[in-house]
Design a protein. Structure first.
Length: 283
């Protein structure tokens, strides 16, 4: 029954309520980011104005110039890229092999392995902080991007394996059978046949793992003393005195490190949607 024809008033009320709800949620989600952007272009003295006067106050690029001229921020960007890309690359490589084995082969203890992976992926970071700190110091990789990469693997590999395993299970077995008939080895089947099919899932898991590693704070704070990543550098921003909080540069630095993530999501949004919805409908 068409509600628009039977009861037009109720139909338009429902549509109006729906759009009002969508607008309210959109404003609620975007307002902090928009306010941060406005703050990043504002002078320090204008931050204490009333909201109306603050919005129309003169804007400047001074905060961004200060951020990009900060050697600590430059090093933080470099170390964040190294740690995040390294952790994601290793996770994708090992996660693909593990997902192929868990998704295609039957062996004793398979379910136990899956439950262990799931348990590790939801384990709180603070619970392993002490033991991991001791191992990293003993291995001589403290204050080194290698130590951060190793520590990030604790949450990137389980997440990658869990997501990719669900995707591999839904790949038709006929693809492997055809490759084996043509004389392909299991590794050739994985690299030449399954990897192209798994590309949406690889992009999705890789991007989500990259975001987690890029924004990680606790391990980066604990396992480094001078080679800090961007989140730690931003958290340690200080003003001319202990009573001065440089909100403008902090917001500018936050926007700078957020924009690359937004660009990546926009560029790979089709792959992300395909990877997240893969296997949701069967038959």
């Amino acid at each position: 029954m068409n509600l628009q024809r039977t009861n037009p008033t109720l139909y338009y009320l429902q549509r109006t309520a729906f759009y009002v709800l969508v607008i309210a949620i959109t404003v609620y989600l975007l307002f902090p980011f928009v306010w941060a952007v406005i703050t990043s272009f504002s002078k320090a003295g204008n931050l204490f104005l009333t909201p109306g006067a603050f919005l129309v106050s003169p804007k400047t690029l001074e905060n961004y110039a200060q951020v990009f001229n900060n050697p600590a921020f430059q090093r933080g960007l470099l170390f964040s890229v190294i740690a995040a890309v390294g952790a994601v690359a290793i996770s994708i490589i090992f996660g693909s092999f593990a997902a192929y084995a868990l998704g295609r082969f039957r062996f004793a203890g398979k379910q136990v392995v899956m439950y262990i992976i799931l348990a590790v992926s939801v384990f709180p970071q603070i619970a392993v902080l002490g033991g991991l700190f001791t191992l990293i110091r003993a291995a001589g990789v403290f204050n080194n991007p290698v130590g951060l990469i190793v520590s990030y693997l604790i949450f990137t590999i389980p997440f990658t394996v869990w997501v990719l395993t669900s995707f591999v299970r839904d790949i038709p077995g006929e693809l492997e059978e055809a490759a084996l008939v043509d004389g392909a080895s299991p590794l050739q089947t994985l690299f030449l046949v399954l990897f192209p099919v798994m590309m949406p899932a690889l992009v999705t898991t890789g991007l989500l793992a990259f975001i987690n590693a890029w924004n990680e704070y606790l391990f980066a704070l604990t396992f480094t003393s001078s080679n800090r990543t961007v989140p730690v550098v931003i958290a340690n921003y200080s003003g001319a005195s202990q009573y001065d909080q440089p909100w403008g540069p902090i917001m500018a630095a936050s926007i700078v490190v957020t924009v690359p993530l937004i660009i990546l999501v926009l560029v790979f949004q089709r792959n992300i949607v395909s990877g997240l919805t893969a296997g949701a409908v069967k038959g």
